[in-house]
Ligand binder design. Sequence first.
Ligand code: FAD
Length: 631
Amino acid sequence: MMDIERHEFDVVVIGAGGAGLRAAIEARQQGKKTAIVCKSLFGKAHTVMAEGGAAAAMGNVNPADNWQVHFRDTMRGGKFLNNWRMAELHAKEAPDRVWELEAWGALFDRTKDGKISQRNFGGHEYPRLAHVGDRTGLEMIRTLQQRVVALQQEDYAVHGDYEAYIKVFAECTVTRLLKDDAGAIAGTFGYRRETGRLMLIEAPAVVLATGGIGKSYVVTSNSWEYTGDGHALALLAGARLINMEFIQFHPTGMVWPPSVRGILVTESVRGDGGVLRNSEGKRFMFDYIPEVFKDKYATTEEEADRWYTDQAGNRRPPELLPRDEVARAINSEVKAGRGSPQGGVFLDVSSRLPAEEIRRRLPSMHHQFKELADVDITAEPMQVGPTCHYVMGGVEVDADTAAASVPGLFAAGEVSGGMHGSNRLGGNSLSDLLVFGRRAGAGAAAYIDGLERRPAVPDDAVAEAQAEVLAPLERPGENPYEVHHELQRTMNELVGIIRRAGEMAEALEAVEKLRERAKGVGAAGSRIYNPGWHLCLDLRNMLLVSECVARAALARQESRGGHTRDDYPDMTADWRRRLLVCTAAPDGTSVNVQEQVQPSMRADLITLFERGELSKYLTDEEMAEYDLAVK
Ligand code: FAD
């Protein structure tokens, strides 16, 4: 075996976004030696890009807000497919996690009376997003990193070594989770991106915090790291993914110029008063309010506009419907020939707020459009359209401990599944990272405390992982960029925002062929910073998760949240009870999808909803349970 760099830790956290950093902080606070591994530079996680804010029912702007309202909004947004225990924990704990961030130095925008300010976002009944202009994720990462440094300074004072309890391995990619002979997690295998040096970290617990899968699509708001690594690592280690059919297409990505197509236009533009219009100048969202939301959204422009100054006396503007609804509406307008010149619709804030106010509230958006599209959003509308943004599906975890089904494996943040059901509300990811990042770190620490002995990494597992990583360098092979582009086109066109059985079957055939081609991709050159080689390795992950998305989407014969079937346009109560679980063969050659029954909601939670509303989502059998609960 060639020279492999070796380390030993208690916990390996893969990912240095909000979820990974919060998990690492918790594991270290509970006395565990913790490694943070990230394939990007430290500080350049996807979380940095988050703009709008973190949702937490602090009630600072509207005192009527509380965890019960947040829980209800989250369940409605997810169309009741959410893991209700996760939604409950999230709603209850998010305020504490935001206040904790403030105690660690986060500088949130303030209300006039000095509290953390909160802004409106789609699907949230009250202003709920704690924010820092439109750069909230940046402040979150800055604060969490500052906390890591503070802990390292404490460790230096005690042990004379800054890295005694937290060590960061930046620009390192993990390619395999390693298990001992009994099937428990024993470590991770990967390589340093800069030098190509191989790296083994032995550890009894691993927290996956690798984010999403958006790079399987052409038009996406996601950056280069989102190749579904954590999803694939979990699958290959024997864990289960749930809800993979649900992909959030954010309604407002840039559509022009082509080089920036997909880059996000934050929902704060609409939260702060921006409106959507078609080529005829019509505010079309009034035509797209679905039955289940009819009583909650304004039906006239006058009422919608009044809501911005009087939320108690008016209903919300339909531009603030959950993202899946708005994305579908934009898609329909464009298809009906009422789109903007570059194939989107118009998002106008210029006629709604003074220029100075726009520059103050939306500085990044102002800069982004000026620099990238030569559009001044204080003077003219933006052109926007749907973009692949977030994956609701992910590793199936225990809500309280974030433990996956493989002993020693934990997952938090976008790589985990269940919390957001079929559709995530804006702002609920940043708070999810903090709530479940902390729980994953604590879960990993408790797991280690319960172990009788440290699991050992078998030599043959290391040899196999090494051979897999080096293979693309040892063959001339096809260019991996060709295969990647074809996969992206396939997913965008055949498993995109509107889906049909025939097209998804076609996508599965295409993925199968691409998988064969991927076996032969190769990279010229050495192991020293070689992006072609890196992509060869990432392809395995993208193909695997794309197959999960396509298979689960083909199996779910209804439309719900981030899964819209042209051939099954209705949402059905029977399908709400069925979760689709993906597993894979250890060599990743096949994906299997099985149904699993969604557990019934606890009685005290179910009674937070009106019977009439529940009857739109639940089966008769579940309604009978509800009737028992209220008696
Ligand atoms: P990330 O922050 O993406 O971190 C993933 C980490 O894993 C990175 O460090 C990466 O390098 C590492 N990694 C991945 N694979 C590997 C591997 N194989 N080996 C080693 N390391 C690996 N949500 C909100 O709630 N509010 C918002 O306002 C908001 N705005 C958004 C704006 C944009 C433009 C985008 C794209 C998303 C936005 N979201 C928002 C969603 C939210 O930002 C993400 O869901 C969230 O940041 C994901 O955090 P995470 O910790 O799970 O992963």
